[in-house]
Design a protein around this ligand. Structure first.
Ligand code: NAD
Ligand code: WQD
Length: 374
């Protein structure tokens, strides 16, 4: 039997979410992967480690094709340059042609996005347009797009359904909201060619249970979970943890978020790839659009204090903290209604809070310096 695998292009595959997505895609043993990344916020080491995990997961009698498919093709390139994607598509022909794209690459820091908006629009919007143009020319027009719960701004309904108004409140959020619009318009204009799914991530956290890959932010983490993990290995303990506000309309007064295990989130991309291959799914959509957006969350909200407690249990570190004023831009509650993704994509977040904190700590304690950058 010919062991044929389809090739998936994953711009941003070396980063935190991308590395777990690449791994999940490889573990299906149905796909080959090419990553495009400029390592702006990542290191090629993550790819070497993915290859090791994928190889280790193969049965002893795995075919040579399966072994070869654990090797990730790496193209160093910047998505702001049009030529980057043209080169990637031109590299694979015939049976090996790129079948679908999962666009993970982006700039993603909310605060920074207000300081350097042009860079954010350049990478997140010009980069996306470059990709769509190359996809159209290469006739490889299936796309999974990394969107974010931040497109909902301050939502009125909790849990948040996909039908909530999109009203992003930061430059970063607007790049995601505009990105979704651009993709939808493209699908509407070329219904026989393009089909796409946006995945609105809630708060991804944790790591692959091997502890070989994980989140490795540069400098002091601005996000809660990576900060808690790094404090436990002894970093950033002074001046202590700051909890941004305890006067929110939530059960304990601190903000509630829908933390989802990174392996569940990554698995959602395989569900989305499967849906993109399923003609019956897209035939149901109102004409002409062949575009849909889905929430990827657990559907369960956790407060800042609950997350501190969960990390205390696995790390043994006490996390002395101080309640300080609210952080600009924070909203009280961002909890997903993930039922549409469950129903239409077959997506289900199976890991619980203990799995997430254990796997995060496993990664951080085995890699106190992350991938080793100084
Ligand atoms: P990350 O920074 O770890 O990964 C992004 C990757 O894109 C990195 O490898 C980076 O080097 C690459 N990249 C950046 N600019 C590039 C360019 N010009 N050309 C080529 N590659 C480039 O971030 P992440 O947390 O893995 O986020 C991945 C995606 O998920 C992003 O689109 C982000 O907006 C979205 N997202 C993230 C979160 C989160 O909490 N981490 C939540 C919602 C949505
Ligand atoms: C979680 C909670 C903080 C740090 C961000 C982006 C969002 C998405 C995911 C990309 C909040 C509190 C935090 C600290 C604290 N990314 N906190 N002390 O803000 O929900 O989401 O990442 O799309 O767009 O905004 O995540 O981890 O920063 O904060 O009290 O030192 O922890 O106030 O309530 P957030 P976070």
């Amino acid at each position: 039997m010919v062991d044929k695998k389809q090739r998936i292009l994953i711009p941003g595959g070396a980063g935190y979410i991308g590395s777990h997505v690449v791994l999940c895609v490889l573990l299906t043993r149905r796909y080959k992967v090419t990553v495009v990344d400029n390592y702006h916020n990542s290191f090629p080491t993550s790819i070497e480690r993915i290859e090791k995990i994928a190889l280790d997961a193969l049965p002893k009698d795995a075919s040579q094709a399966d072994r070869d498919a654990c090797k990730v093709d790496l193209i160093k390139g910047d998505m702001r340059e049009r030529d980057t994607f043209d080169r990637a598509f031109a590299q694979y022909k015939g049976d090996d042609a790129i079948y679908a794209v999962i666009l993970v690459a982006a700039l993603k820091a909310v605060g920074e996005s207000g300081e350097i908006p042009i860079d954010y629009y350049d990478v997140n919007i010009s980069g996306l347009v470059n990709l769509l143009r190359s996809m159209k020319e290469a006739k490889a027009a299936r796309l999974v797009y990394s969107s974010s719960a931040t497109v909902y701004g301050t939502p009125k309904t909790i849990p948040i359904p996909e039908t909530s108004p999109l009203q992003a409140e930061s430059v970063y959020g607007r790049t995601k909201q505009i990105g979704e619009t651009i993709i939808k318009d493209t699908c509407d204009a070329y219904p026989d060619e393009f089909r796409a799914i946006s995945l609105r991530y809630f708060n991804p956290a944790g790591a692959h249970p091997s502890g070989l890959i994980g989140e490795d932010p540069r400098g002091k983490p601005g996000n809660l979970l990576p900060l808690l993990a790094q404090m436990a290995v002894g970093k950033y303990r002074e001046p202590g943890l700051q909890v941004f506000g305890n006067d929110y309309p939530t059960p304990d007064g601190t903000c509630v978020r829908d933390y989802i295990h990174i392996m569940d989130l990554a698995g959602g991309h395989v569900n989305a790839l499967d849906a993109l291959s399923d003609d019956s799914k897209f035939a149901q959509l109102p004409s002409p659009g062949k575009y849909k957006a889905y929430n990827l969350g657990k559907g369960k909200g956790m407060s800042v204090l609950q997350m501190i407690e969960a990390m205390k249990k696995v790390t043994g570190y006490g996390y002395p903290y101080k309640i300080v004023g609210r952080r600009k831009g924070d909203v009280p509650d961002l909890t997903a209604d993930p039922s549409l993704a469950e129903k239409e994509l077959g997506f289900k977040a199976v890991h619980n809070l203990e799995d997430m904190s254990r796997d995060l700590w496993n990664w951080q304690s085995k890699n106190p310096q992350g991938y080793g950058q100084q």
